[in-house]
Design a binder for this molecule. Structure first.
Ligand code: 3H9
Length: 696
């Protein structure tokens, strides 16, 4: 239960919000603030009030877990209106972070101070909503329309040091004790006879070009998200209305967004990405110490992993076959670091220090002898991997962790080839490994719980989102990918064009369509996968011979300037290729298929049905622990639109019965490929959703 305390020190009322971990404005905090400010207003011993947050931060917003439940009064807008109406001055004293409703409380105060480095933001659009407690009305009055729109539509926080420059913060405190800094500022305001100074009384900001400019810009970039453009409407209302009429319009728009499936999808994503690390098997288990990392293999993947590790402050020794390969790996890592310097993520000085002190690129396994954890990222061949693991087994100290970055090989078999299978785990990074946030932690039969705990703690250190996966071909992500990609290939064979499929899926919200992804990754990857799986092929498997034809022509995608698309010099978007359409026509003719047309809706339904059905199989078999694990894999590794919450959340929102009905109807044409997951059938029969399995 959150609480709000009130005490008076030398005529300064100190109002402290204490609701760990983030001082969210839950019902009891709102009630507490309401009662406390009524008390302050009547208190003859207090001339000024300061609002503080206990612990690490100020107040980080409304209590998200209350969303979707019946609202309880007092509402946050009313609490803030009440604070702002105080006749004696009120100061918001911020430290750590002040987010969402928390920053709105500060906007309703009469003066704002912060400790240096405090981050202030309105991240509501990231949850599918917008500021709903006066933020869209008060912020433009304080900082102007352009700055307000930048903060509200991006959701990105600013630092107090920057905010003081544009009028959001009045004073930067000194030291690290927020209470002492707040008291000092309050006393200086009292000494100056500073009056109450309601933000609502400031003149409305001018609706200059900024509104039209932001609207046009967002229309191009939001990819289906509704909240940012709705927030522009609310800010526009602040320029055209009296304060309270603007507030009423904000409330109307806010409540509308609260009712959207996008809000439900984004809140699901917020809680799911935190839930993935909550695993009973590592609850209370201490992670092993990891400071020195080894990487075996310096190709794109190994160099990316090493880059990620050095950027996070770890010491890395990377082993390659010979000194030319080791030098090449060092060059790749240096290039990655240079790119980070260019993007402003790293100072040139720090880059130089990393290359000098933190990174060793060598040819001798002895350099790994002091490593706490070694990640193997060599060629995807069981024999090659076993050879590397035998050498690691012989070199590494007891207690060191041996990890493989394989994307499909059997981690049990690799572990079984060592004398210490309990220390072996899969750490499946996604390319480029220093950029992509997803890490699949592949737990083999004998992996020790503290090795799993270490993998999760390492992921946190690397700034990655780790998801536990079991052992199977492709783990969670690539196994599901292989099914929906096959469904897409079938649609091409039956008459859809790759361009229509890509467009339908990007309109759905994916960052890229499946054939754009192929072109980016290289068509040789898909070809190699098909070759590898050829031995297990079933006679009824359909052959996407057009894909092999492109491969044999050497059209491997972006890297050769031609794949499914043609890439003119310097162009990475690509344009459709009539020659590819002819190759596809030929593939259909060879298979005796009379092409038919597909609507975009049909494409989306088939694609998603394949994804959801395989997702259900992956959960049913325990490869993913819960449907939310599948969701997070797709949000972080496969460009799935976050506002849809992930494939399993999408399925729940669409209705599992509708998805099952689609699968059964597709099975009437092809019951070899389309076979409903037993879990999906069971949930539909019981009238349950995937989400019911997330609670376990
Ligand atoms: C809003 O304010 C709407 C208003 O405009 C209008 C209203 C009318 N509520 O992330 P962490 C939980 S919308 C409830 O691991 P960190 C979180 O689930 C809100 N719970 O910590 C986790 O629980 P558990 C606008 C919340 O230090 C625990 O706290 N505000 C909330 O890495 C620790 O969280 C935002 O969008 C919440 N608001 O990061 C801010 N926030 O331990 C959302 C967190 O059981 N929050 N929890 O897993 C954040 O971005 C990060 O939590 C924060 C701290 C940066 C604050």
């Amino acid at each position: 239960m959150g609480s709000v305390s009130y005490e008076v020190e030398n005529r300064v009322a100190v109002v402290t919000v204490e609701n760990p971990p983030v001082n969210a404005l839950s019902h009891d905090v709102r009630s507490g603030l309401s009662e406390t400010f009524a008390r302050f207003e009547a208190d003859n011993d207090a001339d000024i009030a300061v609002i503080l947050g206990a612990g690490r931060m100020f107040i980080c917003g409304a209590d998200i877990s209350e969303f979707g439940k019946p609202p309880q009064s007092p509402s946050l807008p009313n609490v803030i209106t009440h604070i702002e109406a105080c006749t004696k001055p009120v100061v918001a004293a911020m430290h750590g972070m002040a987010l969402g409703g928390g920053l709105e409380v500060a906007l309703g105060a009469h003066y704002r101070m912060a400790l240096p480095g405090t981050r202030l933001g309105l991240p509501e659009v990231k949850l599918g909503i917008m500021p709903g407690a006066g933020g869209t009305q008060r912020l433009p009055r304080l900082v102007g329309v352009d700055k307000a729109l930048e903060m509200i539509t991006s959701g990105t926080p600013v630092t107090a040091d920057a905010a003081i420059g544009f009028g959001l913060v009045d004073h930067l405190g000194e030291g690290s004790d927020i209470r002492a800094a707040a008291l000092a500022y309050a006393r200086s305001l009292l000494a100056d006879n500073a009056p109450a100074r309601p933000t609502k009384d400031l003149p409305a900001a001018k609706a200059d070009d900024a509104i039209a400019v932001w609207r046009a810009k967002l229309k191009k970039t939001v990819r289906g998200e509704v909240a940012p453009l709705t927030a522009v409407d609310a800010v526009e209302a602040s320029t055209k209305n009296t304060f309270f009429d603007g507030l009423a319009e904000e409330r109307r728009l806010f409540l509308h967004l609260m009712d959207t499936p996008q809000r439900a999808g984004l809140i699901h994503a917020f809680f799911a990405e935190r839930a993935v690390a909550k695993l009973p098997e590592i609850d209370g288990i201490a992670a092993r110490e990891v400071e020195k990392i080894g990487v075996v293999g310096g190709g794109t993947m190994g160099a990316g992993i090493a880059t990620s590790a050095v950027l996070s402050g770890l010491a890395v020794a990377l082993v390659e076959r010979d000194s030319a390969a080791a030098d090449k790996a060092r060059k790749t890592i240096a290039d990655n670091l240079d790119a980070a310097v260019k993007r402003g993520k790293l100072s040139a000085q720090r880059r130089d220090a990393i290359l000098q002190d933190a990174l060793k690129t060598v040819t001798d396994y002895d350099a790994l002898s002091g490593a706490d954890l070694v990640i193997e990222a060599v060629f995807e061949s069981m024999d090659v991997k076993k050879d590397v693991f035998a050498r690691l087994d012989a070199t590494l100290a007891k207690g060191a962790i041996l990890a493989t970055n394989t994307s499909y090989l059997d981690v049990n078999e690799i572990a079984g080839s060592t004398s210490r299978p309990e220390d072996v785990i899969g750490l499946h990074f996604f390319s480029p490994a220093h950029i992509m946030k997803l890490l699949e932690v592949v737990v083999a039969d004998k992996t020790a719980p503290d090795v799993v705990a270490t993998a999760f703690s390492l992921a946190k250190k690397l700034g990655k989102t780790a998801v536990r996966a079991g052992v199977c071909d492709g783990f969670i992500g690539n196994r599901i990918l292989s099914r929906y990609r096959t469904a897409a290939d079938h649609m091409i064979l039956d008459g859809a064009s790759p361009y229509q499929i890509d467009k339908a899926m990007t309109d759905f919200g994916f960052a890229m369509g499946p054939y754009q992804v192929s072109d980016l990754a290289g068509l040789d990857i898909g070809y190699a996968t098909r070759q590898r799986k050829a031995a297990d092929a079933h006679p009824r498997d359909r052959n996407p011979s057009f894909a092999d034809a492109l491969y044999h022509k050497g059209w491997l995608g972006q890297k050769t300037g031609r794949g499914y698309y043609i890439y003119d010099q310097g162009d990475r978007k690509g344009r459709p290729d009539p020659e590819v359409e002819r190759i596809v026509d030929q593939a259909r003719a060879d298979a005796g298929i009379t092409p038919r047309t597909f609507t975009d809706d049909e494409i989306v339904r088939r694609y998603m049905a394949a994804m959801v059905n395989e997702g259900a199989c992956v959960v049913d078999e325990g490869i993913a622990q819960r449907p939310l694990d599948v969701d997070v894999v797709f949000l972080y590794g496969y460009g799935f639109p976050r506002w849809r919450g992930g494939p399993m959340k999408y399925a729940d929102m669409t209705g599992l019965d509708a998805i099952l009905a689609d699968i059964r109807s597709y099975a009437e044409e092809d019951d070899h490929f389309w076979s409903p997951s037993p879990l999906l059938e069971k949930l539909v029969a019981e009238g349950r959703a995937f989400d019911s399995l997330n609670q376990r």
